[in-house]
Design a protein around this ligand. Structure first.
Ligand code: TMP
Length: 205
């Protein structure tokens, strides 16, 4: 079986952590070789950039922020993602380039064409085989974030920022429905879990 590259994305507060556990259990139950990783991060360089990117004290312009996301991604692809896929190990990444289109593009206003240029340069032909997009209404995201004690640089953004981020995610998913599974995450955990499991089963059938 060809190794798959699967990404999980969505606005902050969409329930990624809970549902990553669901995905982990699904792979474990089937004894499929899999590597879980995250962005920004996944390598020493990526994790160092993550510290800078999420630190509320960081003052970075929108292009600097975008370049740091892609710098972390570049190292991640070279050192972690491609080597695993080449060995036949499936890769599940907690966020990937959809987050750049949504946060830096939709949220901050970086032109989509500029992000596409970086995407092509850094990734070559690498694109996720499947992106699970967890979607919640803004109020749900905001009330979940309100419970977070120490908010990072992105979590501190205002509601209109997250409205744009969410719209960007949904627009991207609508434009390429074969690649995305948009999952309404504003439901009982068991229902969300069942949808994720069905999505994975469909993808691996
Ligand atoms: P998280 O791992 O807790 O989701 O935090 C990562 C944060 O970084 C999240 O707020 C989204 C943001 N982010 C971007 O703005 N652009 C990106 O390309 C990625 C990967 C993440």
């Amino acid at each position: 079986m060809k190794a798959r590259f699967i990404t999980l994305d969505g606005i902050d507060g969409a329930g990624k952590s809970t549902n990553l556990a669901v995905i982990k259990n699904w792979f474990e139950a089937r004894r499929l070789p899999v590597l879980f990783t995250r962005e920004p991060g996944g390598t020493p360089v990526g994790e160092a950039l993550r510290e800078i990117l999420l630190n509320p004290a960081t003052r970075a312009g929108l292009r600097t922020e975008t370049l740091m996301m892609f710098a972390a991604r570049c190292q991640h692809i070279e050192d972690v993602i491609l080597p695993a896929l080449q060995k036949g190990i499936h890769v599940v990444s907690d966020r990937f380039t959809d987050a750049t289109f949504a946060y830096q593009g939709g949220g901050r206003g970086v032109p989509q064409a500029d992000i596409e240029t970086l995407e092509n340069w850094v990734q070559g032909s690498l694109r996720p085989d499947l992106t699970i997009l967890l979607d919640v209404p803004l109020e749900v995201s905001m009330s979940r974030l309100a419970e977070t004690r120490e908010k990072d640089r992105f979590e501190q953004e205002a509601a209109d920022f997250f409205t744009r981020v969410r719209q960007s995610y949904l627009q991207r998913a609508a434009a390429a429905p074969h690649r995305y599974a948009v999952i309404d995450s504003n439901r009982a955990r068991s229902e969300v879990q069942a949808d994720i499991e069905a999505t994975l089963a469909g993808h691996f059938s």
